[in-house]
Design a protein around this ligand. Structure first.
Ligand SMILES: [Zn+2]
Length: 243
């Protein structure tokens, strides 16, 4: 079995037996990968504190064409975000981000944009930007990367430029102008559209300084869209307080 190395963020881990753990890695160039960390479930083991959520790692692994899982031989910590993530004001937001990445990213398909997004969010968290803001930044960009974010300029039915009014279609796929609107539930104000537009143009740090805190209803809308279009029910989102 050949030995290879990659940089990666750990996005989930579970104990599979009394010795071993199964981890999910968001790698720099190989997309999402599942890997066995032999011995990692034992009290004293060679991985030490490396296998914590969102630790940035240099992973050395064995792989075999006929097997789905990698086997990790060594994990070096490039940077730990454990202290910032485990704070009460960050933990549920980052659990939610980890759940979305690990459940909604296709395995074995290059996900370098999601890897870079994750890296930018964690570094911005270290600079003191609240996790609540980083969560909405993540939701918008994750949908954009997956090709699911709607066009915020044009009506998806008549293709006219959106003026003062926009309603989100019931299948969450696009916006409607005042003429094409019928009974849609989500109405977006010009301020809401401007919020999305600023996020799509700026880094997390820059957009945090430019925008006031995000309206909670937009986070809710993005969760609904993501769950509907990716056909999943997020467990961690229900731990988030609505304040
Ligand atoms: Zn229209």
């Amino acid at each position: 079995m050949p030995l290879a190395a990659t940089r990666a963020f750990l996005v989930s881990r579970q104990t599979i037996n009394e010795n071993d753990r199964l981890v999910t890695l968001l790698t720099e160039n190989n997309g999402l990968q599942k890997a066995v960390a032999p011995g990692a479930a034992r009290g004293k083991n060679r991985f030490g504190s490396a296998l914590e959520l969102f630790t940035h790692l240099n992973i050395f692994y064995y792989w075999h064409q006929e097997r789905e899982l990698w086997t990790i031989s060594r994990a070096e910590i490039l940077e730990s975000f454990y202290e910032e993530i485990s704070r009460p004001e960050s933990i549920f937001e980052f659990f939610t981000i980890a759940e979305i990445i690990s459940r909604a990213t296709a395995e074995n398909i290059c996900a370098t944009k999601t890897y870079r997004l994750t890296s930018a969010l964690l570094n911005t968290l270290k600079q003191g930007v609240p996790a609540r803001f980083l969560l909405i930044y993540f939701l918008i960009w994750f949908l954009k990367i997956e090709g699911l974010f709607f066009d915020i300029q044009k009506c998806s039915s008549c293709l006219q430029k959106l003026q003062e009014f926009a309603a989100l279609k019931t299948d969450y796929s696009g916006l409607l102008c005042a003429k094409c609107y019928s009974t849609e539930k989500w109405i977006l104000s010009p301020a809401d559209l401007n919020f999305f537009s600023r996020i799509l143009k700026s880094s997390p740090l820059q957009s945090f300084y430019e925008l006031s805190s995000p309206p909670a209803r937009l986070t809710e809308l993005l969760f609904e869209k993501l769950e509907f279009q990716l056909e999943l029910k997020l467990q961690s989102r229900y731990c988030l307080s609505s304040s």
